[in-house]
Write a protein that binds this ligand. Sequence first.
Ligand code: C5P
Length: 227
Amino acid sequence: KKYTVLIPAAGSGSRMGAGFNKLFLELVDKPILIHTLEVFENDPSCEGMILSVKEEERLDISRMIAQFGITKVKMLVEGGAERQQSVAACIHAHPSNGIILVHDAARPFIRHEVIRQLVETADVQGAAIAGVRVKDTMKTASDTIVEGTIDRSTLWSIQTPQAFRYEVLKEASDKAEADGFLGTDESMIVERLGFPVHIVESAYDNVKMTTKEDLLFGEVLLKHRRQ
Ligand code: C5P
């Protein structure tokens, strides 16, 4: 089953503290962004990628895409101040049917097998997201005083990709925009429709490169996979 992937890449990466977009940081031999794009470049089921970028980074990113021989990027659209707006810009640029994935540019370690399961589930059910069961004991707290402990068996840590039939994502995105609702992932805007979202069990190594420690882990993981 074929799909198109929307890749928000217009963040500022402030938590990385690099002073520039973290997606330009090299992981072993290539920028993080390129590692992520290569996953989809090398997946025969991926028909195309649409990236949202900061206007001032458009030129650098399009050069990088050419330099590393990435051929499936159809469009670079202008991102927004919030991640959801960056994804909405991609959705507006792609008025078409079929299965749509949304994937963080900052998650270069996603596995083809998880992508395949997400696409399959979204095709049948309409909405499927990648996640892993939480490993730690989870508590709520007011400031730093514990309020209570949440039953861990009901908790998932959610990642991307998140996969949807186009019309589900489009309706959710339009409604969120009309209501001024901002979610932290695409699933949240789909959940608001009352539409059931299915979790596909992913892997703990599908980490988002967010802070310096993630880069260390990323380098080790990449070297290990290449052995
Ligand atoms: O900041 P965080 O790592 O959670 O961002 C997840 C992804 O969303 C990153 O790939 C980042 O570039 C992208 N993003 C975006 N537009 C924003 C904020 C984040 O495209 N305004």
